[in-house]
Design a protein around this ligand. Structure first.
Ligand code: PGA
Length: 245
C-alpha cells in the first residue's frame, strides 16, 4: 500500500486524475472501475479537462461502476448512472455501450449481480479501480461486517450512510435503504486501486483503514491485503495517521 498526502482536495483530485490518465495511456482499452459520491467529482472534472485538451482519449475505454441504489431508474437525478453521465460520460468520448452500472431495477437481482461479475471477468478484469471511503469505513456499499470475499450483491445501507447520503435527497424518506454493490472480493481483484479521501470528517476512518487492524468492522482495511493500492489523501483527512508517508 502507498499513501500520498496532498495539500488540498484539488491536489488530491489532480493526483487521482493523473493515475487514471496513466492507466488509459498505458492501455487505451483499459477497464476502469469508477466511483460516485462527492469525493471523485473534481477528479472527473480533471479527466474531462485532459480529454478536451487532447491529452486523453476514452474512445476504447471500458468501465464498471461500483454500485447503484435499488429502486432508482438510471434517469433519476440521484441514480449513480445519472451521476456518471453528468459528471463524466457526457463530457468525454467514451462509448456509453462500454460503460456499466449495476442495475438497481433488475427483477432478478441475484442473476443480474452474477451477470455483472461475469461481465467484469469477460472484459478482462478491472485495470484500475477508483474508490471513495464512507465515514464508517465502507467502500462502495460494503458496510461494516461485509466479508473479504464478498461479491456483487444486494445489500442494506447502514443508518450512518443513509444519514450521510440524506444531503442529496429532499427528505429522509426518499433516501434509498438498499443498493447493489460490487463486493470487497470483486474490488480486491482489480489490478490497481486508487482510494481518494478529503476532509477532517474522514481522518479517523483513514487512520483505521491504513494503520488499524484488517477487520470487517472497517471494510477499507481489507485494502491492506491488496498488492497495488494507493491512498491519495488530502492533509486534513490524513491528520490522524501516525506514520510519516
Ligand atoms: P463521499 O462518499 O465521497 O460523498 O464522501 C464516499 C463514499 O461513501 O464512498
Amino acid at each position: 500500500m502507498e499513501v500520498i498526502i496532498t495539500n488540498s482536495a484539488d491536489e488530491m483530485s489532480k493526483k487521482g486524475a493523473e493515475l487514471v490518465a496513466a492507466a488509459v495511456k498505458k492501455n487505451p482499452k483499459a477497464v476502469l472501475g469508477l466511483a460516485t459520491g462527492g469525493t471523485p467529482v473534481k477528479m472527473y472534472a480533471e479527466l474531462i479537462k485532459l480529454y478536451k485538451s487532447g491529452a486523453l482519449d476514452f474512445k476504447k475505454v471500458r468501465s464498471f461502476n461500483l454500485d447503484e441504489y435499488v429502486g432508482l431508474p438510471g434517469t433519476h437525478d440521484q441514480s449513480y448512472r445519472c451521476f456518471m453521465n453528468e459528471n463524466l460520460f457526457n463530457h468525454i468520448n467514451i462509448d456509453k455501450k462500454n460503460t456499466n452500472v449495476p442495475d438497481g431495477l433488475a427483477k432478478d437481482i441475484e442473476k443480474s449481480c452474477a451477470e455483472y461479475e461475469a461481465k467484469i471477468k469477460a472484459w478482462g478484469g478491472i485495470d484500475l479501480q477508483v474508490l471513495g471511503i464512507g465515514s464508517n469505513g465502507h467502500i462502495a456499499f460494503n458496510e461494516p461486517l461485509s466479508g473479504a470475499m464478498s461479491k456483487t450483491r444486494k445489500v442494506a445501507i447502514s443508518q450512518r450512510t443513509i444519514s450521510d447520503n440524506a444531503r442529496f435527497f429532499k427528505t429522509m424518506d426518499e433516501v434509498p435503504k438498499t443498493a447493489v454493490t460490487m463486493g470487497i472480493g470483486t474490488i480486491l481483484e482489480a489490478r490497481k486501486i486508487v482510494l481518494l479521501a478529503s476532509g477532517g470528517n474522514k481522518a479517523d476512518v483513514i487512520a483505521a483503514a491504513v494503520e488499524g487492524p484488517v477487520t470487517q468492522l472497517v471494510p477499507a482495511s481489507f485494502l491492506q491485503l491488496h498488492a497495488d493500492t494507493v491512498f491519495v489523501v488530502e492533509k486534513e483527512a490524513a491528520s490522524k495517521l501516525k506514520g510519516k508517508y
